[in-house]
Design a binder for this molecule. Structure first.
Ligand code: SF4
Length: 64
């Protein structure tokens, strides 16, 4: 499972890393980044899907 964060679309609203710090973190320049690799992301699929739904800019994409 791959998750991409489109940092050009991200408006730094912070929902992803505030709501799911086990999956996302605030990285360089306050932009969100992933905490987990592919295997870890599979284990937290519900949280990833919720972040995709809640992100106000549609910046989080599940690629496969
Ligand atoms: S929820 Fe979306 S807009 Fe907000 S920081 Fe995360 S990726 Fe960016």
């Amino acid at each position: 499972m791959k998750v991409r964060i489109d940092t050009d679309k991200c408006i730094l609203a912070g929902e992803c890393y505030y709501n799911h710090p086990e999956v996302f973190k605030q990285g360089v320049d306050a932009l969100p980044a992933l905490v987990l690799g592919e295997v870890g992301l599979k284990m937290f699929i519900k949280q990833v899907q919720e972040a995709v739904e809640v992100c106000p800019s549609g910046a989080i994409v599940i690629e496969d």
